[in-house]
Design a protein around this ligand. Structure first.
Ligand SMILES: Nc1nc2c(ncn2[C@@H]2O[C@H](COP(=O)(O)OP(=O)(O)OP(=O)(O)O)[C@@H](O)[C@H]2O)c(=O)[nH]1
Ligand SMILES: [Mg+2]
Length: 352
C-alpha cells in the first residue's frame, strides 16, 4: 500500500510550514532521513503602506512651521516670532518604509481684512477639506480668547479626525497643561490631545505614530526624494522674507513681500586658475512695501539693515545650493499691494 502524502500543518506561530512530498511505494522504501522535505517560507502578512494628508492649522504664531520642519528634520518652511509669517500653504513630505505622510503647513487662522489675508484663509479652508487628519496647534503660553473661538468655528465643518496639539510645553509649568486639556475637551470632540514641543521635539514620535495609523492604505504620491512642493525660487523669496521679519516690527512684517526677479547660474572664473571655473548663482529680488517710510526702514541707516538682510539671506541660500551666491536686493514701494490681485498672483506664482 502506498503511503499517502502527508502534509503537516503547524500553527503559524510555531514556525515554518513543512510539507513532505508523496512517499514512494513500500518496495522502494528508503530510510526516513533521506525523504525530501520542502521548507516553505512562513506566509508573512503583506505590509500595508499608508499615504495621506495631514493639515497643520491654528492661530498665527502657534508653531505650525516649526513643527513641519521638526517632523521632516529639515528646514522647508520659514519661521519667525511675528504672526502671519506663512502666507501660502506648503507641503512637507515624509516617506518611510511604512507610509508617506504629506504634512500641509498653513497660514495662521485669522479674520481677513485684505485680499492677501482672504487668499491666506482660502489655503486653510482647502487644506481642511482635503486632508485625512487635521492637527490643530495651540500655544500653551497663550490664554484662550476670541481668536481661538474663531478657529474652533472653522473646524466645526471638518469631518476628518482632529488632533489637538498643545505646543510650546517646554516653556510652561506642567500643572498648567491639565487645565488646558480639560477646557478643550469640553469644546470639541478631538480624536487625540497631545502636549508637544515642536522646538524641543517633545512627543513628536507619539504624534507621528498616531497620525500614520489613521492614514488610508494607499500607494505613495511623491517619490522618496521629494520633501516639499515649493520651487527653489519660492524658497529663496521666503528665506529673504524670513531675514526681514527677524529685524522689523509693528506693521512692517505685514506690508512686506519678496519677489524674485531672476535667477541666473553662471560660472565664475578663477583668475589664478583661468582653466577652472566655479558655479555661481546671481539672484535679483524685489522687496515690496506699501509706503516710502517702510522702504526707508528696511534700507536702514546708510543701508545698514538691507546689507544685514542680504548677508544672512545670501549665506543661507549659498549653503542650500552648495556654491557662491550673489544677491541683489531692491526695495520698491507698491502701494496697496495686499489688495492687488496682480501683485498677489505674481508672488504666489513663484511657488511653481
Ligand atoms: N518655546 C517654544 N517656541 C516655539 C515652539 N514652536 C514654535 N515656537 C516659536 O514660536 C514662534 C512662531 O513659530 P512659527 O513656526 O513661525 O509659527 P506658525 O504657527 O508657523 O506661525 P504663522 O506662520 O505666522 O501662522 C517662533 O518664534 C518659534 O521659534 C516650541 O515648541 N517651543
Ligand atoms: Mg508658519
Amino acid at each position: 500500500m502506498p503511503r499517502t502524502a502527508k502534509v503537516k500543518t503547524v500553527p503559524e506561530a510555531a514556525g515554518p510550514v513543512v510539507e513532505e512530498k508523496a512517499a514512494k511505494p513500500a518496495a522502494a522504501e528508503k530510510p526516513a532521513a533521506k525523504k525530501k522535505a520542502t521548507v516553505r517560507k512562513k506566509a508573512e502578512p503583506k505590509p500595508v503602506f499608508r499615504t495621506g494628508y495631514v493639515a497643520l492649522v491654528g492661530r498665527p504664531n502657534t508653531g505650525k512651521s516649526t513643527l513641519l520642519n521638526a517632523l521632516l528634520g529639515q528646514k522647508v518652511a520659514i519661521v519667525s516670532d511675528k504672526p502671519q509669517t506663512t502666507r501660502i500653504s506648503i507641503l512637507g513630505i515624509k516617506t518611510t518604509a511604512k507610509g508617506q505622510t504629506i504634512f500641509v503647513d498653513n497660514p495662521g487662522i485669522h479674520k481677513p481684512l485684505h485680499t492677501l489675508n482672504k487668499r491666506m484663509m482660502n489655503f486653510v479652508y482647502s487644506a481642511l477639506e482635503t486632508s485625512d487628519v487635521v492637527c490643530l496647534l495651540i500655544d500653551a503660553t497663550e490664554k484662550f480668547g476670541h481668536g481661538d473661538e474663531y478657529v474652533l468655528e472653522a473646524l466645526r465643518k471638518v469631518k476628518t479626525p482632529v488632533f489637538l496639539l498643545i505646543n510650546k510645553v517646554d516653556i510652561v509649568r506642567k500643572d498648567k497643561i491639565l487645565p488646558i486639556i480639560e477646557h478643550y475637551k469640553g469644546l470639541f470632540p478631538f480624536r487625540e490631545i497631545i502636549p508637544i514641543s515642536a522646538l524641543k521635539g517633545i512627543n513628536l514620535d507619539v504624534l507621528e505614530k498616531l497620525l500614520e495609523e489613521l492614514l488610508p492604505v494607499a500607494p505613495k504620491l511623491y517619490s522618496d526624494d521629494e520633501i516639499s512642493d515649493q520651487s527653489e525660487r519660492f524658497l529663496f523669496a521666503e528665506v529673504i522674507r524670513e531675514k526681514i521679519l527677524k529685524y522689523v516690527t509693528e506693521e512692517l512684517p505685514f506690508v512686506t513681500a519678496v519677489y524674485i526677479e531672476s535667477i541666473e547660474n553662471k560660472a565664475q572664473q578663477d583668475w589664478k586658475k583661468p582653466e577652472e571655473s566655479r558655479p555661481m548663482t546671481y539672484i535679483r529680488a524685489s522687496i515690496f512695501v506699501e509706503k516710502d517710510n517702510h522702504r526707508k526702514i528696511i534700507i536702514g541707516r546708510h543701508g545698514s539693515l538691507i546689507k544685514q538682510i542680504g548677508i544672512e539671506a545670501r549665506q543661507e541660500i549659498a549653503e542650500y545650493l552648495g556654491h557662491k551666491v550673489y544677491l541683489d536686493l531692491q526695495v520698491r514701494v507698491r502701494e496697496g499691494w495686499r489688495d492687488s490681485e496682480d501683485v498677489l498672483d505674481l508672488i504666489e506664482g513663484q511657488k511653481g
